[in-house]
Design a binder for this molecule. Structure first.
Ligand SMILES: Nc1nc2c(ncn2[C@@H]2O[C@H](COP(=O)(O)OP(=O)(O)OP(=O)(O)O)[C@@H](O)[C@H]2O)c(=O)[nH]1
Ligand SMILES: [Mg+2]
Length: 444
């Protein structure tokens, strides 16, 4: 029995004793001998001391500091924790390798906050890089967003102009090429001719730089835009002043209504929003959210209901409640274009029954990323719904704002605001000089 136990203990986790390990073989033999004597009933004083096989291995393979450097002894990572009756009874017991009590600490310098304790066996070769200082998020100003939005148009244009006017005297060919460039940038024939005309009268036969052209271009664009950059006039004697918002789907009608409502109710006016886009359930919900957000009253109807009927009810209700402004949202898309136009016509007609001047403002939203197509949109909606004011949205995106200049030159409709983002405050009064500077790539 004693013999079996000793054999087991000695060989646990180890190779059997072999001729290569004479010291261990000798120990083993003497232990066996002692055990046989115990089994035979003999009393012996003490068992012979066995060499510690694990300690011997550590010394052989560590390759670490010499023994006289008094390196503290660390239990090998593979050492099993000792399981006692107490720990087994503990329900929460999870055997964990014990943390060596005395470990050399390597501390990264230089600053206290940056200090970190490395486990033994690691050395710091360089201190941890300083964390990047946090840069507070800076919201770009609306003009910076406008500049960014029009960057594609302006940088393409100014690049082409600079290339055209490198070491060239102003002649007929250059003027013609410049005119083409301006037309390609959607600015329209009229504005293009104004720019080349002014340039020709000022600098014909002389050296011209790209900056000269940009400056003249900005001045001419400003001249076209200035008469249309007007504030949205509200006749508050109407109670309510009715604003009908129309435009192709996705051009930003509903969002712009929300932004307008925020401005108006923020200045103390009583605003009502009416969900005249009965074509999409989400559109009704979207406007309701804007109404809640801006403290406006809201009138909606069920999906598919008659939009003109809703507009009529909203007008009556706004009157009864003495609202200052009623803004009516409309669909941008129906089953087909004919139906959409018929619906818009009907809304205008029905509102006119309550007040021959209503709707007092018919606002059309134009998406600045559309380019040339925006011109056709103005023509169509102007004829059907009597558009008398414009708002260009998404001028913060990859806008192609040149078309607004062409639209202004042709239709001479007031441009009240520009949208420079999706947020409630991202609606700015339209300023001719700013817009012209952004297109021409000049500073504010
Ligand atoms: N970046 C940017 N996005 C805008 C701007 N105005 C509107 N949008 C976004 O354009 C998308 C369409 O806007 P809506 O207001 O739903 O357009 P809508 O004309 O009402 O569209 P329909 O209801 O489908 O006819 C939304 O994701 C808006 O957040 C703007 O000035 N800048
Ligand atoms: Mg909408």
């Amino acid at each position: 029995m004693a013999l079996g136990f000793i054999k087991k203990v000695f060989t646990f986790g180890k190779d059997k004793p072999s001729a290569d390990k004479p010291a261990e073989a000798e120990d083993f033999a003497s232990l066996v001998d002692a055990a046989e004597r115990i089994d035979a009933g003999e009393t012996i004083e003490a068992l012979p001391e066995a060499a510690d096989p694990i300690a011997a291995e550590v010394i052989d393979t560590a390759g670490g500091p010499a023994a006289d450097e008094a390196e503290p002894e660390v239990a090998p990572a593979s050492a099993e924790p000792e399981i006692t009756a107490a720990t087994v009874e503990d329900e929460d017991f999870h055997p964990q390798p014990e943390q060596p009590a005395d470990v050399t600490h390597a501390v990264l310098e230089p600053d206290e906050d940056n200090a970190v304790t490395l486990p033994k066996g690691f050395a710091a070769t360089a201190s941890r890089p300083e964390p990047e200082p946090e840069i507070p998020a800076v919201k770009l100003s609306w003009f910076q967003r406008l500049r960014q939005g029009l960057a594609r148009t302006s940088s393409q244009l100014t690049g082409q102009i600079a290339a055209l006017f490198t070491k060239r005297k102003l002649d007929e060919d250059t003027l013609e090429e410049l005119e083409d460039l301006l037309i390609q940038a959607d600015l329209g024939v009229e504005t293009a001719m104004r720019v080349t005309g002014t340039l020709s009268s000022e600098r014909y036969g002389k050296d011209v730089t790209g900056e000269d052209v940009s400056r003249i271009m900005a001045a001419e664009i400003t001249k076209v835009l200035k008469p249309v950059a007007r504030p949205l006039a509200l006749d508050l004697s109407h109670k309510p002043h009715v604003i009908l918002v129309v435009g192709v789907n996705g051009t930003g009608k509903t969002t712009t209504i929300g932004k307008l409502a925020a401005k108006l109710s923020g200045s103390g006016l009583k605003v009502m929003l009416a969900a005249g886009d009965t074509f999409r359930a989400a559109a009704i919900e979207q406007l309701k959210i804007w109404a809640d957000r801006t403290g406006s009253t809201f009138l909606g109807t069920k999906l598919g209901a008659d939009a003109a009927g809703l507009a009529y009810d909203a007008f009556e209700k706004a009157r009864a409640e003495k609202s200052d402004v009623l803004i009516i949202d409309t669909a941008g898309r129906l089953q087909n274009k004919t139906e959409l136009m018929a619906e818009l016509e009907k809304i205008v007609r029905v509102l006119g029954k309550l007040d021959p001047d209503a709707p007092h403002t018919v606002l059309q939203t134009l998406d600045a990323t559309t380019g040339q197509n925006a011109m056709n949109q103005v023509e169509i909606f102007r004829n059907i719904a009597g558009v008398n004011g414009l708002i260009m949205t998404k001028l913060d995106g990859t806008a192609r704002g040149g078309i607004l200049v062409a639209i202004a030159a042709k239709h001479k409709l007031p441009v009240y605001f520009i949208g420079v983002g999706e947020g409630v405050d991202d609606l700015e009064p339209f300023e001719a000089e700013d817009f012209a500077a952004a297109i021409a790539g000049l500073p504010h």
